[in-house]
Design a protein around this ligand. Structure first.
Ligand SMILES: [Zn+2]
Length: 172
């Protein structure tokens, strides 16, 4: 299977930044690189693409790639540091997108033990709307929450493992 991974943000856009200066774009890249290796090890063709100048590059690349699945990886952030948990977004009319979101959300919860914010439909996210394959956007954890920030910084492999298992469950 051809799997397109998009580490959220990149280039001049750092994404969310934690109180300690941790950048979302660096964490998402780390998670996607670990995830890509896991997927390649079991025979998938994987493309990792992070935006350089604009997020519209991502959907353009995905459209050219002929990918079977698209996964955009992000970290959540909120003004209150107590906000926490995992959530996964999909595009409203996509049945496969919804199923992929559920598989990844469930596996991530199992792997991280974090709070379940649920799978949610989002009509307004460009990377879900403009991509051709079943697409999800995963908000792994809150970079603005001190406990989750440490997890994102020190254990990116548990998020990669969660998403990896979710993809496996989706394919079966
Ligand atoms: Zn983001």
């Amino acid at each position: 299977m051809k799997i397109f991974l998009n580490p959220g943000h990149g280039g001049g856009d750092p994404g969310a930044i934690s109180q300690n200066g941790l950048k979302e774009k660096d964490i998402t890249k780390r998670i996607c690189d670990i995830l890509a290796q896991k997927l390649r090890n079991v025979g998938h063709l994987v493309m990792v693409y992070q935006e350089q100048k604009s997020y519209t590059e991502v959907s353009k690349e995905e459209n050219k790639s002929g990918a079977d699945l698209f996964i955009s990886v992000h970290c959540n952030s909120f003004s209150s540091s107590s906000a926490n948990g995992v959530e996964t977004f999909y595009y409203p009319i996509s049945k496969n997108g919804a199923r992929l979101a559920k598989c990844i959300q469930d596996a991530l919860l199992k792997q991280t033990g974090l709070f379940n914010r649920g799978c949610k439909m989002r009509r307004d996210l460009h990377v879900l709307k403009a991509t051709k394959s079943p697409a999800v956007l995963v908000e792994t954890a809150f970079i603005s929450n001190p406990k989750e920030e440490i997890l994102l910084r020190d254990k990116p492999e548990i998020f990669a493992e969660g998403i990896f298992r979710g993809i496996k469950d989706y394919i079966i």
